[in-house]
Design a protein around this ligand. Structure first.
Ligand SMILES: [Zn+2]
Length: 386
């Protein structure tokens, strides 16, 4: 209770701006088992040692304003993960993943910040993790997970991070593993957190994608999350493309539109590794972007295709490595939930009623407020009953 009184007192008198919170609390004050979403308007962003501070005013449905004080890393650490002193500004609308304090005060640690244009600022440092036989994956930095394979003369990279700076950081991390240059980039799909780092790659790399991915990148050119139009895919295909790149056997597969219209997975048949992008993102229930032609039926078809591959290690677009049994369990849950939604629609239940029956592992909304699984399935069956 002492620390609660202390925090509230400081909040009331606005004394916190330059006092590092952890100096008083220690890490133990935060509840790392919980992530809270704080949505609001930035009132102050302090770029200073030892910890940067973000202040956000968040309004509830009744109009009550809470003044959040959110702490994050030092400027040096933040620069490494793509932040700058002007990444956020007073007046910006932000959605922040917050690790809250145990005692419930409006104070917390920043997990990540999503700006109104969809830009994600993460506090995770980039990490390179060895899998086997020259194959690695990376997590952290800004954007989705990536992978890379070291061949005879060059390196094949899977996905490009979200910002050119984060891509450059990844390329620098690859250079610590091997002196061979990056020659090829394979794109899992067109989402900005997987392709918008492309302009951080050297000019002239071969960029391989499914043909619909290229089209979606072209179509994004006037959007807020535009793909770099001078880094469009240079080699495209429809269903299957088998290649040997620098002595590495690579099999690219696209089944049907699923997460987006242009998903692919990369199988390394000799290493039995699959790089799956967001098709195997189990941090979401089964994330489908209908605005990019995705469908839950396609997700199920593609997941069955992935499970049938002769592989035992699955690199996901977000979250940890996955096993075949984890993918199978998710497929079963998604099929069952989809069937249940279909039956509830047939018995005349409304979308709101059906949403209330969603299991806890199914988030009510997807990233950036996009419809969650229940709503996507509802729209699919309500518009095209089958
Ligand atoms: Zn995606």
């Amino acid at each position: 209770m002492r620390s609660r009184g202390w925090s509230l007192l400081l909040l009331e008198f606005g004394l916190v701006s330059s006092i590092p919170l952890l100096a008083h609390h220690g890490n133990a004050a935060y509840d790392y088992t919980v992530t809270k979403t704080v949505k609001g308007i930035v009132t102050e962003w302090t770029w200073s040692n030892p910890h940067c501070l973000l202040k956000v005013n968040s309004k509830d449905e009744k109009g009550n304003v809470t003044h959040w004080i959110l702490e994050t890393n030092s400027p040096v650490d933040l620069l490494r993960t793509g932040w700058t002193a002007t990444s956020v500004k007073p007046g910006d609308e932000v959605t922040v993943d917050v690790i809250p304090t145990k005692n419930g005060t409006p104070v917390g640690r920043i997990g990540r910040v999503v700006l109104a244009d969809g830009t994600v600022l993460s506090t995770d440092p980039l990490a390179v993790i060895f899998i086997r036989d020259g194959a690695y994956w990376t997590k952290g930095g800004v954007g989705g997970n990536t992978g890379f394979v070291v061949g005879k003369d060059g390196v094949i990279v899977f996905d490009a991070k979200m910002t050119p700076n984060s891509a450059k950081e990844m390329i620098a991390a690859i250079a610590k593993v091997t002196p061979k240059p990056v020659t090829h980039v394979v794109l899992s799909h067109s989402d900005g957190d997987h392709v918008n780092g492309l302009s951080g790659f050297p000019k002239g790399v071969t960029i391989i994608a499914q043909e619909n991915c290229k089209r979606e990148m072209e179509e994004s050119k006037d959007s807020r999350m535009a793909a770099a139009q001078d880094y469009l895919p240079t080699k495209i295909f429809d269903k299957n493309l088998d290649l040997t790149i620098d002595g590495v056997r690579v099999q690219l597969r696209h089944w049907v539109p699923a997460h987006t219209s242009g998903d692919l997975i990369m199988l390394l048949p000799d290493e039995r590794i699959v790089f799956g992008g967001d098709l195997i993102d189990l941090t979401q229930f089964a994330l489908v972007h209908t605005q990019k032609g995705g469908s839950t039926e396609g997700w199920i078809t593609s997941m069955k295709g992935i499970i049938d591959l002769d592989a035992d290690t699955f690199v996901s677009g977000h979250g940890d490595l996955q096993t075949k049994s984890a993918l199978r369990a998710r497929l079963t849950a998604v099929e069952a939930r989809r069937q249940k939604i279909k039956e509830m629609i047939a018995s005349g239940r409304s979308l709101e009623e059906i949403k209330k029956t969603a299991p806890p592992e199914e988030p009510p909304t997807g990233p950036f407020g996009s419809p969650g699984f229940t709503e996507v399935v509802y729209n699919e069956f309500a518009k095209h009953p089958s």
